[in-house]
Design a protein around this ligand. Structure first.
Ligand code: CP
Length: 322
């Protein structure tokens, strides 16, 4: 059994989309869909996590992930603590000691973002059995709830994964989002997953993840049903991997002309933050085919689904929502 699935096949933590069984991936999407009724109501709350405590532990900046985790926990009626690691004094305390103090406050769930790959697994190995860990992005390793909200967005627009061609474009090398998307999309039996990037922004072993590699965006975008753009992750780059941002935009940026290579009904996605004029033209980011802001909204439902599943609270959210 993986670290995140217990002996009964239940999701105990949510650390990665790698190796998750298709039925579990589909169940999370179905659960998220059932929460849409809650999000669309005037009183946007269900009591599934009443009396439970969710702690947001963000060691790295975040806008979308932190706020949608907080909203999702509040929609489920949990108590939420936001521990901003940028302002919390650790005073020489080890990470393990700090976590044990938070456990002592009877926290049920830690949402963890960290700049180091493997940080969420490290914490999951050290917390008490009563605490669940959700990975909100660790280094270049994984961002599983982002991948699941992306899958939810794709399913809502396209219905099924099997006939689809999904193209992921940009800085694949440094992207935890791309890795998690590839694992989730392959687990959901997506027809073809392509990655499109300069050689310097692709990991050597990327084909082993079950993707087709393209260096030329005009070829790679041809007939794609879903186009996912990624930003250049300068904070994780060492050395000069690119000539300039202007040159990158000319060669890989998503313009209207380039998007015309994809299927006419292709959707355009981006996990954010978007860098206009670097990886995507404004007219495309704000255009008819863009679903970028829908991704953010779907993040609330997915995070509600993951939190209620790991805390064993989800039975019939549809009935709760009535
Ligand atoms: N997509 C994403 O993880 O965005 P934030 O860094 O704002 O959370």
């Amino acid at each position: 059994m993986s670290q995140q699935i217990d002996a009964n096949g239940q999701l105990r933590h949510f650390l990665t989309t790698e190796g998750l069984p298709p039925d579990l991936l589909n169940r999370l999407l179905d659960t998220a869909d059932s929460f849409t009724g809650v999000i669309d109501k005037s009183v946007k709350k269900v009591p599934l996590l009443r009396g439970r405590t969710v702690v947001n532990l963000f060691f790295e900046p975040s806008t979308r992930t932190r706020t949608t985790f907080e909203l999702a926990a509040k929609r489920l009626s949990a108590d939420v603590l936001n521990v901003d690691m940028g302002t919390t004094s650790v005073k020489g305390e080890s990470l393990a000691d700090m976590l044990h103090n938070l456990e002592a406050m009877q926290a049920d769930l830690f949402v963890v973002r960290h700049a180091d790959s493997g940080a969420a697994n490290y914490i999951a190995d050290r917390v008490d059995d009563s605490v669940a860990i959700l990975n909100a992005g660790d280094g270049r390793h994984a961002h599983p709830t982002q991948a699941m909200l992306d899958a939810l967005t794709i399913r809502r627009h396209k219905g099924r994964f099997e006939p689809l061609t999904v193209a992921i474009v940009g800085d694949i090398l440094h992207s935890r989002v791309a890795r998690s998307q590839i694992h989730a999309l392959n687990g959901l039996a997506t027809g073809e997953v392509r990655v499109i990037a300069p050689r310097t922004l692709l990991p050597e072993d990327i084909e082993s993840l079950g993707v087709k590699v393209y260096y030329d965006p005009d070829e790679g975008l041809k007939d794609a049903d879903v186009v996912i753009m990624l930003r250049l992750q300068r904070e994780r780059m060492q050395g000069a991997l690119l000539p300039s941002e202007g040159e990158y935009f000319k060669r890989y940026g998503l313009t209207r002309e380039r998007l015309a290579r994809a299927h006419p009904e292709a959707i355009v996605m981006h996990p954010g933050p978007i860098n206009r004029g670097v990886e995507i033209e404004s007219s495309v980011a704000d255009g008819r085919q863009s679903v970028i802001l829908e991704q953010v909204t779907n993040g609330i439902a997915i995070r509600m689904a993951v939190m209620s599943t790991v805390l064993g609270a989800y039975h019939d959210a549809g009935r709760e929502a009535e």
